[in-house]
Design a protein around this ligand. Structure first.
Ligand SMILES: Nc1ncnc2c1ncn2[C@@H]1O[C@H](COP(=O)(O)OP(=O)(O)OP(=O)(O)O)[C@@H](O)[C@H]1O
Length: 256
């Protein structure tokens, strides 16, 4: 069943890379169990930064992040065991082969070899990457790296699967596989949080949309409550550009 309790609770996150240049300011939102949440916002608004903070890849400056009963600050190991991530860049593991990378991630999560093979085998088949697994990652195309990263990120069967612009660079068949994976995980009570600029995909997949503006939450939209005659694109344009809904629609009409 979907949406019984808060799985991820992000409260009051603030962050800056450089002194006096805030990137996030008091960002607050939540993800329920079994919920698919899309994180939207203009380039540079802080989506990747927010995801990295949630993953514990950047130090928490202000605010808190909890996953189930575990706080990232107080129980980092228990917290991190329940989460996994597909980054928007895969360059740091360039010298490993695909197979070495998959085993490395499985080792990090202490997944026994029988379990990892049960998880990896159908995913390797679905994404058709078997023939690339013995090549160094640096020789693979962006899309193939992305598929291997997606496969690796499911080895611990995470309660929360976090993906940063996961569809970028994937071919049509792989986007389909990824969409089905996201839906199937949610159907089994697991949650998914992903950033994207592709509104059609968000509209089709997500239960909830979180729109960021100037490093903070601008609007949360429950798509189940959204009347189908208002498109996500119209709502999004209204929120980020402060354009009224009918004006947003006319902009779309004038620019086929
Ligand atoms: N390592 C870094 N050092 C300094 N500034 C950074 C660093 N990483 C990101 N930034 C800055 O932080 C801001 C937010 O970047 P971030 O990558 O989180 O945005 P985003 O919403 O994910 O963007 P996009 O949609 O283009 O992927 C930007 O102004 C960016 O230039």
């Amino acid at each position: 069943m979907k949406g019984v309790f808060f799985l991820l609770e992000v409260s009051g996150l603030s962050f800056h890379y450089q002194p006096h240049v805030p990137v996030l300011t008091n960002l607050t939102f939540s993800v329920l169990d079994g919920e698919i949440v899309g994180l939207l916002g203009k380039n540079g608004v802080g989506k990747t930064t927010a995801l990295k903070l949630i993953l514990g890849l950047l130090p928490l400056e202000k605010g808190s992040v909890c996953l189930g009963n575990y706080s990232l600050d107080l129980h980092p190991m228990q917290y991190k065991k329940q989460i996994n991530y597909v980054s928007d860049s895969h360059d740091i593991y360039n010298n490993l082969t695909g197979k070495e990378y998959l085993n490395f991630i499985a080792d990090m999560y202490e997944v026994p070899s029988e379990t990892r093979s049960k998880i990896y085998t159908p995913l390797i088949e679905a994404f058709q990457v078997e023939k690339y697994l013995n090549s160094p990652i640096k020789k693979l195309s962006h899309g193939t790296k992305q598929k291997i990263a997606v496969i690796a990120s499911l080895v611990n069967d995470p309660l929360l699967w976090v993906l940063d612009e996961p569809m970028t660079g994937l071919d049509v068949e792989s986007v389909q596989v990824l969409k089905e994976l996201i839906q199937s995980r949610a159907a089994h009570g697991k949650s998914v949080l992903f950033s994207s600029h592709i509104l059609e995909i968000c509209e089709n997949l997500c239960d909830k949309i979180v729109i960021m503006q100037a490093g903070t939450l601008q609007k949360t939209i429950e798509l189940r409550d959204n009347p189908s005659y208002i498109s996500l694109e119209d709502i999004y344009l209204e929120v980020v550009n402060d354009v009224p809904m009918d004006k947003g629609f006319s902009i779309k009409q004038n620019n086929p």
